[in-house]
Design a protein around this ligand. Structure first.
Ligand code: GRF
Length: 214
């Protein structure tokens, strides 16, 4: 399974995926890493780990389309099976998404459809929910709304603030992203409407904690 990673910052989800590959838990190859920010710690890690690392700074392009054109050029050379958004803070255009149906994945720090958009952990604390978590989903043309692949729940404690909740959710994100990729790479799956359906037992790796459609 060939993976392209798109990131903008810290890159801890990228690191978790890379670690899982190194440990032999995830049978995949990271064929390129693209950052829209030159100072992203994630892209420094990609270089250090000897991966094909690209900075494509959106500020150097006149339009979203021009920036995406350059991202597409790199992706066309790398030929990924899946494009993995790992803290990529740019909205992808509908044209871009349409080129990769069911091949772009994102992780969001809430149990979607609750709390889409920015500051999902703060939204959860402010709302007073008792349970939040994270969601790995396919990317479609709407924000944080594509078919759900894996979710993991995290208890919201009475003394949580956005930061403490985010830290516990992040630990689950790292597990969830690997679980989703293992499932997509080892099992027969299809998307029916909004539901991602997996068939049969896992051929390897751990089972996702929660799978939609089961
Ligand atoms: C994560 O919380 C993820 O859910 C959100 O952006 C953050 C990225 O963190 N989409 P990292 O860069 O992977 O550490």
């Amino acid at each position: 399974m060939r993976l392209a990673i798109l990131l903008s910052g810290r890159g801890s989800n990228f690191a978790a995926i890379h670690d899982a590959i190194v440990r032999g838990e995830l049978d995949a190859e990271i064929v390129c890493v693209i950052s829209n920010r030159p100072d992203a710690p994630g892209i420094a890690n990609a270089r250090q780990w000897g991966l094909d690392a690209h900075v494509i700074d959106h500020r150097a392009f006149a339009s979203r389309a021009a920036h995406e054109y350059e991202v597409l050029r790199v992706l066309e050379q790398a030929r990924p099976d899946f494009i993995v958004l790992a803290g990529y803070m740019r909205l992808l255009s509908a044209d871009f998404v349409a080129k990769f149906p069911q091949r772009i994945l994102n992780i969001h720090p809430s149990l979607l459809p609750a709390f889409p958009g920015v500051d999902a952990q703060k939204q959860a604390v402010d709302y007073g929910v008792r349970v939040s978590g994270c969601t790995v989903h396919f990317v479609d043309e709407s924000l944080d709304a594509g078919p759900i692949i894996v979710q993991r729940a995290v208890e919201v404690r009475p003394d949580d603030d956005a930061e403490s909740l985010a830290a516990r959710i992040l630990e689950e994100e790292h597990v969830a992203y690997v679980e989703a990729l293992v499932a997509l790479g080892t099992r027969v799956w299809r998307v029916e409407g909004r539901r991602v359906l997996f068939e049969g037992p896992a051929a390897g790796g751990r089972r996702p904690a929660v799978e939609s459609g089961r």
